[in-house]
Design a protein around this ligand. Structure first.
Ligand code: HBI
Ligand code: FE
Length: 295
């Protein structure tokens, strides 16, 4: 088997530029080094300790049910043996960021792309694109939840359609992904909990999103989310809260075309905005926010 490539952002004098790749590759599990497995163990231990009492029950229980543990980097084939019969999803190996349409088409066919390589010890606390830890530790467990698994396929199908409609529709749909799949919170009888993959795979944000007074925590509303801008390189200024995965799946059931038409002339909102119509769980103080203008 040829060793797959490690495709990462390109550092240029104008900042980092994403590099896209479309290849589907076999996971070269035997090629992982002791350092790779040690990076996994370090991140796994840190995150599982932080996520007790912070991540939603479904996330933690699904990780355990799949046998994702601190032993070392899991084999995609082992995980597929559990995931396939449970929700019809298959993990496929990829080399890095996929172009939007490729990504959506995989989701629409219940294939979840997992980056085959893991970050280096120097990148432990931050890297600018998804690696194996983010994808596998963060995204894969909730694919075991039937309703969330259906949502992810519906999202993929919506993405393929949005790609055909145009850039605005794509941007609006990407905001939905960002504020749910990546940075979503869920309300539970024990309080707000995390389900977003971008949060559960990040040390600082796992605490910040629930306990810092700075960010807003607002009730999920589909069109509100699709109009709300975000930054990819700082903690979120606003987290949206769903009351259950059904709320997410029900929101993506209708055809989005009328929404895109309605939103075509609707202005977007800054990431830190709080509107009169918002269901407010917490109005953020905004302390420490990067003064980044109107993002
Ligand atoms: N590619 N490998 C990979 N993983 C992702 O999570 C991913 C992607 N390409 C595009 C993308 N996510 C986002 O733009 C989604 O909002 C579509
Ligand atoms: Fe992600």
């Amino acid at each position: 088997m040829t060793q797959p490539q490690r495709v990462e952002h390109l550092a240029t004098d104008k900042g980092s530029v994403p590099v896209y790749t479309t290849a589907v590759v076999d996971q070269p599990w035997d090629s992982y080094t002791a350092t790779d497995h040690e990076v996994w163990r370090t991140l796994f231990r840190r995150q599982r300790e932080l996520l007790q009492g912070r991540a939603c029950r479904e996330f933690l229980e699904s990780q355990d049910a799949m046998g994702i543990s601190e032993a070392g980097i899991p084999k995609f084939s082992d995980l597929n043996a559990t995931l396939g019969p449970t929700s019809g999803w298959t993990l496929i190996g990829v080399q890095g960021l996929l172009p939007e349409l490729d990504f959506f088409e995989h989701l629409a066919n219940r294939r979840f792309p997992v980056t085959w390589w893991i970050r280096t010890p120097e990148q432990l606390d931050y890297l600018s694109e998804p690696d194996l830890f983010h994808d596998l530790f963060g995204h894969v467990p909730l694919l075991m939840n039937p309703v969330f698994a259906d949502y992810m396929q519906a999202y993929g199908r919506g993405g393929v359609k949005a790609h055909g409609i145009g850039a605005d529709a794509l941007a609006q749909l990407t905001r939905l992904y960002w504020y749910t799949v990546e940075f979503g919170l869920i309300d539970t009888p024990e309080g707000l909990r995390i389900y977003g993959s971008g949060i559960v795979s990040s040390g600082g944000e796992s605490v910040h999103c629930l306990e810092s007074p700075a960010p807003n925590r607002l009730g999920f509303d589909l069109l509100r989310v699709m109009r709300t801008r975000y930054r990819i390189d700082t903690y979120q200024k606003t987290y949206f809260v769903i009351r259950g995965f059904d709320e997410l799946f029900d929101a993506t059931r209708p055809d989005f075309r009328p929404y895109y038409e309605q939103l075509a002339t609707a202005p977007t909102f800054p990431a830190g905005a709080v509107l009169d119509a918002d269901r407010v769980y917490h109005r953020g103080t905004g302390e420490g926010w990067a003064q980044d203008g109107d993002i």
